[in-house]
Design a protein around this ligand. Structure first.
Ligand code: ADP
Ligand code: ASP
Ligand code: MG
Length: 274
């Protein structure tokens, strides 16, 4: 039987920020069985939490990180929360001087939690993503991902934002880099679509935080999107379009909190553009 192409769905920090938003993420995953490969960010900011977990980790605020996961875990009925918190920081004395390692723990915990809650397989990004010392994606990642994912038909949850460098140490992408992880995974598995779930209706003409006149675009060409992202439109990381460029895999930016909106399609195939 021919295998259906999976949807790769990436949920950003705003979608993972608290128990209520994670419940919404779980609903979205359930709505379409093709959403088989899930990439997550660490819990980010929302009206309840003024700080991102990644910033708390980078400033060494362990107690706050633990308390936030304990609270979220308890509200969601995540039984393994204590064991996972312990495991997340197990290598602390070995890696304590690495800010990349510290920062990566938010995505690791977020993915562990979601995988447990939906009964999915957790695959560590350290086993899939290789990052060159200059920060670019090492081509070996694509084959590693294919090998890990190809013969598995169930749901998989993968932490965004980090991988291993060529010396075998944890290395992160730039801030906002879970978008890049999602794109690398989407390309490797030849996804039907790369969905990027966030807290606004899609890519907008302006940053809606500062421009009341901002309106959502139905579609946007990849070159235009890259330019907007480089000019500061944080909704997609500028480096997240390169892996899916000319693959024909559309990127769809959607709002976790407004399913009524169809989002924005980023057209990644230059042939379609001309
Ligand atoms: P996530 O937590 O999903 O990764 P981000 O905070 O990285 O979300 O990106 C979403 C935010 O990007 C929105 O809340 C919005 O304020 C901001 N943003 C800036 N420019 C734009 C734009 N042109 N279109 C949409 N959102 C934008
Ligand atoms: N958690 C990381 C950050 O805050 C990566 C991401 O959210 O994409 O930048
Ligand atoms: Mg983001």
């Amino acid at each position: 039987m021919k295998k259906c192409k999976p949807i790769v769905a990436k949920f950003g920090g705003s979608s993972m920020a608290d128990a209520e938003s994670v419940r919404q993420v779980i609903e979205i995953i359930k709505l379409n069985p093709d959403r088989r490969i899930i990439v997550v960010s660490a819990p980010g900011k929302n009206s309840n939490y003024p700080e991102k977990i990644t910033d708390q980790l980078l400033s060494g605020n362990w107690a706050e990180v633990e308390n936030r996961f304990l609270k979220e875990g308890q509200e969601l009925g995540w039984r393994n929360v204590n064991a996972c918190l312990k495991q997340a920081f197990l290598d602390f004395s070995y890696y304590f001087d690495s800010s990349d390692w510290r920062a990566s723990r938010g995505e690791w915990l977020s993915a562990k939690m979601l995988a447990d809650l939906i009964g999915a397989k957790f695959i560590d990004a350290a086993d899939l993503i290789r990052i060159n010392l200059d920060g670019s994606v090492n081509e070996a990642s694509y084959e590693l991902i294919r090998q890990a994912v190809d013969n598995f038909n169930g749901k998989i949850v993968i932490p965004g934002f980090y991988g291993l460098d060529t010396n075998g140490k944890i290395k992160t992408f730039p801030r906002g880099g879970s978008d890049i992880t999602g794109a690398i995974i989407a390309r490797s598995v030849n996804a039907k679509v790369y969905e990027n779930w966030t807290d606004v209706d899609g890519v907008m003409t302006h940053d809606p935080r500062f421009h009341r006149e901002a309106r959502t675009l139905e579609k946007i060409l990849v070159d235009h999107m890259i330019k907007m992202a480089r000019d500061g439109a944080q909704v997609l990381h500028p480096d997240s379009l390169t892996p899916v460029m000319n693959t024909g895999i559309p990127v769809v930016v959607r709002n976790t909190f407004n399913l009524g909106s169809r989002g924005t399609v980023v057209i990644t195939d230059q042939k379609v553009q001309n």
